[in-house]
Structure formats: C-alpha cells, structure tokens
Design a protein around this ligand. Structure first.
Ligand code: MN
Length: 268
C-alpha cells in the first residue's frame, strides 16, 4: 500500500479516535488498516443471500428457526399445539446454501444420519431489529421474504431430545439451510396467507397454507425480541407444516410458496 495513503488513514483514525475521546491512540491505530478493518491472520467467508431483481446481497447475521409452528406438524412431532409457547433454535450463518430459481442445486446428504428430513418454510429477513418489539411494529423490521428448507437429521434430533441434550447435531449442521433469493417487502408485501408446499420426485408431500401458522411472523419477531436483541441481517425460518419426511440420495425436492419462485435441490 502507498505509504502516503496509509499515513493519511492512520492520521484520520487518530483524529476520529481523539474526537471520540478514546485513550491509547497508537494501539487503536496500529491494529487497523487504512480502511479501519482489523488485521487478521486469515480470512473467513461472510454469508450473503442474493436479493432478487437487483445486484444487492443481503448480509446474514443470525439464523433463527421457530419450532412446531403449525398445529398439525406439532401433533405429528408429539406435542400439544394448544399449550406450548413458541420456541426457537439457531443455525450457524454458514449453514446457508443459496439456490438460484430455475436450477436444481446439489445438496449433500449429511454424515451420521439415517433419517434425513425436509421441512419447507417461509423465511423472513430483517433490516432492523431491537428488543421488546411490539407485535404491531414487528413487520416494520422485515425487509424481504424467501422460500427456505430447514433440513434436519431427524434421528439425531430425536435422540438428543430424548436425552434432554441440545439439538445442534440434528439441526445446525453444514448446508442445513438451503434458501432461494430474497424478495423485497416493498415489492411483494407481507406473506400472511397462501399455499406452502413441497414435492419429492414430483409427488406432493407437504401442502398447507401460511395462514395456518400458530404464531405469525409478527408474533415470532415480537417473541424472539424478548429473548434476543434482533438486528439487521437476522433471518427467521418460520416453521414447517405437517407431513415432514425423509429423503435419500438421488431424490429431488421441489418446494414453493405462492408469490415466490420455487426452490429445488437434488440430494447427492
Ligand atoms: Mn423447521
């Protein structure tokens, strides 16, 4: 890098630090490049989801998922949908597998499982957040929506549940979150009703309506914000309807939500 530029950058950093009344100025300045990003021994990939119809990429901060949010699915998982408050888990950000519309992406069958399940879900992507967000303000946080798959190693999830241990190995593994591009609320409005469906090898497996959610997206955001400070970049998998089931290598999953392009993956 040009020495003049670097010096100028350091001077700017020192001046802004001084303006903020920050101590140990030299220490602050030497750790940063002229752009202000930290010096690191290696780079780590960030995760993005394409925004449909633009060159924008949505930067992913956290992936939240809601459990048992359709009554019939709650019953098939062995719980009473009338009594349970919503509960949430997370996937790691890099679990995202971007899938372009009109393509069939190869999706690797993961290690360790013998019962690998699909769950089609509406995904809400946030451009703002906060704590204790009231339900009537919650949808203001939603920037866009997408179709997503909450892929699940069901045997491992159940085994860990039976042992009262965390679900991570069943839910939060590599590439467990295939997703289509984001569609802006400004262009599409909010998704509160409409078909949500999934086929395996052309045969319908899941077929329900978004209006059957127990907790709406607005209620999910409000409830989540009681437990976590939400922020721009967070996405929320809003739960799957009934008739989840297994896939094996060679199967093709196609799924969709009214008003969004279909999402397809081949299990390899
Ligand atoms: Mn799910």
């Amino acid at each position: 890098m040009d020495t003049t530029l670097r010096t100028a950058g350091r001077r700017a950093a020192l001046q802004s630090a001084a303006a903020l009344g920050v101590g140990a100025l030299a220490g602050c300045a030497t750790g940063a490049t002229a752009q202000g990003s930290p010096k690191t021994p290696f780079s780590v990939a960030d995760t993005y989801i394409p925004v449909a119809g633009s060159d924008l990429q949505f930067p992913v901060r956290r992936i939240y998922c809601i459990g048992r949010n359709y009554a019939a699915h709650a019953r098939e998982m062995g719980s009473d949908p009338t009594r349970e408050p919503p509960f949430f888990f997370q996937k790691p950000t890099d679990a995202i597998q971007n899938v372009a519309p009109g393509t069939v992406a190869d999706h690797p069958y993961p290690s360790l499982t013998k019962n690998y399940h699909y769950e089609v879900e509406l995904v809400a992507a946030l451009h703002r957040g906060g704590r204790e967000i009231p339900v009537d303000k919650a949808l203001d946080c939603v920037y866009a929506y997408a179709v997503g798959l909450d892929m699940t190693r069901r045997d491992l999830q159940r085994a860990m549940g039976d042992q009262k241990k965390p679900w991570e190995i069943g839910k939060s593994f590599d590439r467990s979150a295939p997703i289509g591009p984001l569609h802006l609320v400004a262009q599409t409005g909010h998704y509160t009703k409409g078909a949500i469906w999934l086929k395996v090898n052309g045969q319908t497996k899941q077929n329900a309506n978004l209006n059957q959610m127990i907790w709406s997206v607005a209620e999910q955001i409000s409830k989540l914000s009681e437990a976590f400070e939400l922020a721009a970049g967070d996405i929320i998998y809003s739960g799957t309807p009934e008739n989840v089931g297994p896939v094996v290598r060679g199967d093709v999953i196609e799924c969709g939500i009214d008003g969004l392009p279909n999402l397809s993956v081949r299990i390899v």
